[in-house]
Design a protein around this ligand. Structure first.
Ligand code: NAI
Length: 334
């Protein structure tokens, strides 16, 4: 069975090859790695493959899915949890099987969230450069003690809860908002609506999936509801924040700090080496000018443990496709 792997980086090869060699090997799987991101222009690379394996910035809209179906592709294996990049209705109408990796070390993303919070809070990104240049002044590096601060968690699913558990260890008070409150979260903090969460939190961190209803849930109005000087963190999906509104709130100093591992227009930048290019995304470049903004390139998931889990579950999903057996991770198809 041939599988075309889009957006393949060296680490994808390493971990997928490892999973492909794991015993038992009920059938021969040939992985064809393509560095290209999936789009209408690159879909033809899947010629001859029964399934494709894709990541967060691969595009699976109706024209791409139709092109893939015409090539004979039957299955789409997502190496991620979120599936906001897939046109689910079209996939279903074409009879495609789509499966995801629902959880791969939620702690990995939660720990990265904490890394963003603590870097912005204690300015370690600035201290690192300053000390290397022989400047040992402390001005501009003042932080806050985390103990007793209120952190609002938007989305109290697996990652939100893992983040809450760590924050409780710091001595923070935790608020959560979620249309489907989890009993486990209630032991960690109080469930409230989004508005009081924004009003009361010193730090707001986003852990809900991106769907059409919550695109730009953090916009000019919701930013105004936040405490003056509060910190906003997003390790979920870029589209949850209206980036221009966040820039305006940073310029007025109302937003105290912004830490993002995801960005609305990330597909043109993230997972590519653009260091020799002129980056013509002016919004992104404006973000880069703020000392109180920290951007990482969608690396929240990136630990050895999570990569092993992603690869192993991708092969389990492939097994369901090959055998036609029910798949707990299916988003479309059984
Ligand atoms: P999950 O499905 O366990 O939890 C998501 C929670 O968000 C659910 O409880 C759901 O009810 C809630 N929710 C949905 N809409 C909401 C809204 N409008 N307001 C508040 N809550 C809402 O998902 P998990 O595993 O915790 O992942 C969360 C998100 O993290 C994923 O959707 C994905 O976008 C992102 N992610 C980011 C990674 C990274 O590397 N930065 C890696 C993995 C996931």
């Amino acid at each position: 069975m041939k599988i075309t792997v889009f957006s393949a980086q060296s680490y994808d090869r390493q971990f997928l090859n490892e999973a492909n060699q794991a015993e038992p090997r009920p059938y021969d799987v040939e992985l064809i790695y393509q560095q290209a991101t999936l789009s209408l222009q690159t879909a033809a690379l899947a010629q001859g493959s029964e399934a494709i394996c894709v990541f967060v910035n691969d595009r699976l809209d109706a024209p791409v899915l139709e092109a893939l179906a015409r090539l004979g592709v039957r299955g789409i294996l997502l190496r991620c949890a979120g599936f906001n990049n897939v046109d689910i209705d079209t996939a279903a109408s074409l009879g495609l099987f789509v499966a995801r990796v629902p959880a791969y070390s939620p702690e990995a993303v939660a720990e990265h969230t904490i890394a963003l919070i603590m870097t912005l809070n204690r300015h370690t990104h600035r201290a690192y450069n300053r000390v290397r240049e022989g400047n040992f002044m402390l001005d501009g590096l003042l932080g806050m003690t985390m103990r007793g601060k209120t952190v609002g968690i938007v989305g109290t699913g697996k990652i939100g809860r893992a983040t809450a558990r760590i924050l409780r260890g710091f001595g923070c008070d935790v608020l959560g908002c979620d249309p489907l409150p989890s009993p486990e979260f209630k032991r960690l903090g109080d469930m409230v609506d989004l508005q009081p969460l924004l009003e009361q939190s010193d730090i707001v961190t986003l852990h809900c999936p991106l769907v059409e209803d919550n695109r730009h849930m953090i916009n000019a109005d919701s930013l105004l509801l936040m405490k003056a000087g509060a910190m906003l963190i997003n390790t979920s999906r870029g589209g949850l924040i209206d980036t221009n509104a966040a820039i305006s709130a940073l310029k007025t100093r109302h937003l105290g700090a912004l830490g993002i591992d995801v960005y609305e227009q990330e597909s043109a930048l993230f997972f590519h080496d653009r260091s020799s290019d002129i980056i013509d995304d002016d919004v992104f470049q404006r973000l880069m000018t703020f000392p109180n903004v920290l951007v990482t390139g969608h690396q929240g998931f990136f630990t050895t443990e999570a990569m092993r889990e992603i690869s192993a579950v991708t092969f389990q999903n492939l097994h369901c496709l090959a055998e036609g057996v029910p798949c707990a991770n299916a988003v479309v198809g059984s």
